[in-house]
Design a protein around this ligand. Structure first.
Ligand SMILES: [Fe+2]
Length: 256
């Protein structure tokens, strides 16, 4: 159970279980709009056809879990078989891991971690520990599929003391971290003042980390969807045997 990888339909049914206790009718509608929201491939194809920009890196920060949760799957809203979800704005977060030419990177190990709705991380040194949401997983992982895709169900990030809302990403391949970064909420007013985001001065690099959160049409509980494609550096290419060729940049493992 711990590292289980939920399929899309399982993520969907997780939401359905919660909806069942709230509103039976909306559950049926939800099935349709979630399917539409997660009909991803066409969307990605268009994005890849445009000019690709390497995803900028950001520091790992101090709150990568110092003790991994019992459940590390890609549904951060539910821990194991709990029926009580974490608090927050439910977000279907998906994307692809791509090489510089837009080729999908399969079997990339994507980790995300973020604070809960009360601003607490899954870390013994996190502030706001007294407000910890015991139902929020705070960390998840996913191995990309043959099209380089990953999927998470999580919450829209909230401000954390001293930081604009963000979700941490770590992408590894063959046991080696190839990108460490953070995705931010596009147009969030706190982005301008964020001391870490300010270090990135190139506009295209900044844009590579800004992600829109859109309401899922028809959702009666205000669910959101967000897409974040990760474009790896120019030296990364996948060889026929599934390993990465070329020179890999040094992983950014800096901890502030
Ligand atoms: Fe953080």
């Amino acid at each position: 159970m711990a590292s289980r990888k939920h399929t899309l339909s399982e993520l969907k049914s997780g939401s359905q279980r919660q909806l069942m206790s709230m509103d039976r009718r909306s559950m049926i509608q939800k099935s349709a709009f979630v399917s539409a929201a997660l009909a991803i491939p066409g969307c990605f194809a268009e994005e890849v056809a445009g000019g690709l920009v390497r995803t900028a890196s950001m520091v790992e920060g101090p709150f990568y879990p110092d003790k991994l949760p019992l459940d590390t799957d890609n549904d951060l809203l539910l821990i194991n078989d709990s029926l009580r979800p974490g608090v927050g704005e439910i977000t279907y977060l998906s994307g692809r891991v791509l090489g510089k030419n837009g080729q999908p990177i399969r079997n990339a190990f994507v980790e995300i971690w973020q604070c809960d709705a009360g601003g607490a991380y899954l870390h013994s040194g996190s502030s706001n520990k007294t407000k910890t949401d015991a139902n929020f997983q705070g960390y998840g992982r996913y191995l990309t599929d043959s099209q380089g895709r990953y999927f998470f169900r999580t919450i829209k990030p909230v401000p954390y003391p001293g930081r604009t809302p963000h979700i941490h990403f770590g992408v590894s391949k063959n046991g080696q971290r190839v990108l460490t970064t953070q995705m931010l909420v596009k147009d969030h007013p706190m982005n301008k003042q964020d001391f870490l985001f300010k270090r990135i001065t190139n506009q295209a690099a900044r844009d590579s980390l800004l992600v829109g959160f859109s309401p899922i049409k028809g959702s009666k509980i205000g669910e959101l969807e967000a897409n974040f494609d990760v474009v790896l550096g120019r030296t990364v290419q996948e060889l026929d045997d599934g390993t990465l060729g070329g020179g890999l940049a040094k992983p950014d493992r800096a901890r502030s």
